[in-house]
Design a protein around this ligand. Structure first.
Ligand code: ZN
Length: 70
């Protein structure tokens, strides 16, 4: 039980830390990016917008393949 509580505290700490990511403002965009100058965003013909990591994940976006190794 103690472990579960610790996990909850830890998890809520992460949610409070506002992590923002960059996405192409297109309904076809499926990736999010940590940097707005990422090469994965170079093909974006729309606006590049900054959103929270939570909302990127809630719309089923996944991390850009160029940023796995960072
Ligand atoms: Zn990227």
């Amino acid at each position: 039980m103690k472990l579960l509580l610790l996990t909850l505290v830890f998890a809520s700490g992460i949610t409070c830390k506002r992590v923002t990511v960059f996405v192409c403002d297109s309904k076809y965009a499926k990736k999010y990016h940590y940097r707005d100058d990422c090469r994965g965003l170079k093909n974006c013909k729309h606006k590049i917008i900054e959103i929270s990591l939570d909302s990127a994940r809630s719309t089923n976006k996944t991390l850009c393949k160029w940023e796995y190794n960072q």
